[in-house]
Design a protein around this ligand. Sequence first.
Ligand SMILES: *Cc1c(COP(=O)(O)O)cnc(C)c1O
Length: 426
Amino acid sequence: MPDLPVSELLELDRRHVWHPYGPMPGRVEPLVVESASGVRLQLAEGSGELVDGMSSWWSAIHGYNHPVLNEAAREQLGRMSHVMFGGLTHEPAVRLAKLLVDMSPDGLEHVFLADSGSVSVEVAVKMCLQYWRSLGRSGKQRLLTWRGGYHGDTWQPMSVCDPEGGMHELWSGVLPRQVFVDAPPAEYEESYAEQLRSAIERHADELAAVIVEPVVQGAGGMRFHSPAYLRVLREACDAHDVLLVFDEIATGFGRTGALFAAEHAAVTPDVMCVGKALTGGYMTMAATLCTSRVADGISQGEVPVLAHGPTFMGNPLAASVACASIELLLGQDWLGEVKRIEAGLRDGLAPALEIPGVKDVRVLGAIGVVQLDHAVDMKAATDAAVREGVWLRPFRDLIYTMPPYVTGDADVARIARAVCAAAREG
Ligand SMILES: *Cc1c(COP(=O)(O)O)cnc(C)c1O
């Protein structure tokens, strides 16, 4: 492959390539990454390397270029990188489904392999709507969620993203109108629990499901809340014939100090979405798990099938890397590593509280967040982190990190220093 000179690459990028939530042509020059290994991103043309504080948006939990994951991909590539999943099956997909069923909360038995997190949420919503339709209750087609959430960028997921931070105003009249309650407080408050219960009761006839991110709200604002609210949701949903969906796309695979955040409350949802870290950050794949109650309901309907089937469903290459990533995770003291990073972030981010303009500092599992009392100056904050040798991607009023679990103590300290520097400059 010919090497493009960096200046030409950036010019072509600016003119032709969309970036996440970006304008066209691009206005901010991105950094060019040449390769990545362990927890380090190698920049092009000798611009040095950066310690990755983002795990490529929660996904690269084992770091980059991992020999075990590389081998899994190579081995599968030698067999087949893809075959259609209609009428055919294969070991990587079946093994992955079994691993997910075994490691997820008890009662989740059936797995739909989707090609991205947003699609897995679409599938979760479709499962819930179709479940009630099958039972002759087609009036139950709305969703209830709390504010401050993020569930992806396709239509159904967008409709349950935070109405303020999301794109609701732009899309009012186009998006399905869902039921919103206030964002959950960090600590347990009985009055808020009561608000959840009464909203679910009041809307029960039109609600197919409640959908939330358990314990940590990610891209909607990096907020943490008491796991006790998950039990409140479970009880209220059971009492009023509403399904409960947990979106564990960000929280899954150990990030919060439990394999899945639902475990903090010992609650099993009816439907659960996983993605992001599923393949250790190697490829795009997500999954929607459901209970036998949901699957049986759908399968007894007038249309007794789950009507969804993406072209790249169950992709063998992604599935074998996902199996390898899960086995790698479960084969190590992942909780010890997450706790070690948690302690490092607590130590390293404590000084941020003294920085003028910092409103809150919070750490949970391998997630560290510094919230400002103003919108981040993205360029100043990112540049400050880069000067510390660290890659961060702040948004809104938030500078945050969720490093790969293999990040050593010195690099965790360095990331924390970079978060503080970004908070000072941003
Ligand atoms: C990232 C994310 C999604 C969307 O996943 P994509 O793979 O980006 O489509 C959905 N829900 C949550 C909680 C997420 O963090």
